[in-house]
Design a protein around this ligand. Structure first.
Ligand code: C5P
Length: 243
């Protein structure tokens, strides 16, 4: 295949121009970073696993009517997605206290939250992705009230569905991060789920043992990172030989 024009290189993915107008190729790298690039490394095979896991989860979400950018997986490391205008927000949904919320409010890691919490962070590496309020989002024009309501509703639907899906394979969905984009069809705009859903941006704990099966193993130097991602893929029923 002819070499495609690179549009963007992020920490874990590269975006290339797609074969048809309005499409993009997402290439999943093995690179891992944490703490906004403070720690970096390579987890051999991670890109292959995340490509496959994200494909599986996006397809299951599409089946329940969640609009996503996902079109199809092309090969082991690439997937074809719709070109969208990324909304510069990270939408985090939390069910159990861990990571930054545990630290910020002094909550013991592992404590179930009284209800699921949706948070927004402004996507800006130079500012370390600060936590923002709905007022900040609207005042600074990152999203309008309608888009914000749409993203919150979709994030909660994704949470409900994924909590059930993971519970069925003995995994607790502690928290996760979503990104949304605006997909244009002529004059019409639709908010769609974009980016990826994988152990890179979810916290996944074994229900029986609380063993971490996600990127915290890399962030906290716990080892067996790839094996944890493989275990998630295995339980989802999609483990690849090459994974
Ligand atoms: O670090 P924090 O506790 O705020 O992370 C919440 C969730 O969002 C975690 O599942 C983490 O993997 C994800 N996240 C992410 N990308 C970021 C920040 C957090 O995927 N830049």
């Amino acid at each position: 295949m002819a070499r495609r024009r690179q549009l963007y290189e992020g920490k874990a993915k590269i975006l290339f121009e797609g074969p048809e107008p309005g499409t993009i190729v997402q290439y999943f790298k093995d690179d891992a970073t944490a703490g906004n690039g403070a720690k970096s490394g390579v987890i051999t095979g991670k890109g292959v696993l995340n490509n496959r896991i994200s494909e599986h989860l996006m397809l299951r979400l599409q089946e329940i009517g969640i609009p996503t950018h996902f079109i199809r997986r092309i090969n082991m490391r690439e997937q074809l997605v719709k070109e969208v205008e990324i909304i510069p927000l990270e939408v985090v949904v939390r069910n159990i206290a861990a990571g930054s919320i545990a630290k910020r409010f002094g909550i013991e890691e592992g404590k179930r939250l009284p209800r699921s919490i949706v948070e927004f962070y402004y996507k800006n590496d130079a500012l370390n992705d600060p936590l923002v309020s709905e007022d900040h989002i609207i005042a600074f024009g990152w999203a309008c009230p309608h888009d914000l309501e749409e993203m919150t509703g979709l994030a909660m639907r994704v949470n409900d569905f994924l909590c059930g899906l993971f519970a069925g394979i003995g995994i607790q969905l502690v928290d996760f991060k979503l990104e949304f984009g605006r997909a244009w069809e002529g004059e019409d705009m639709r908010i769609v789920l974009a980016d990826e859903i994988s152990p890179d941006n979810c916290r996944l704990w074994d229900t029986q043992t609380n063993e971490k099966l996600d990127k915290d193993r890399f962030r906290r130097d716990m080892g067996s990172v790839k094996e944890a991602y493989q275990e998630v893929a295995r339980r989802l029923g999609i483990l690849l030989e090459e994974g």
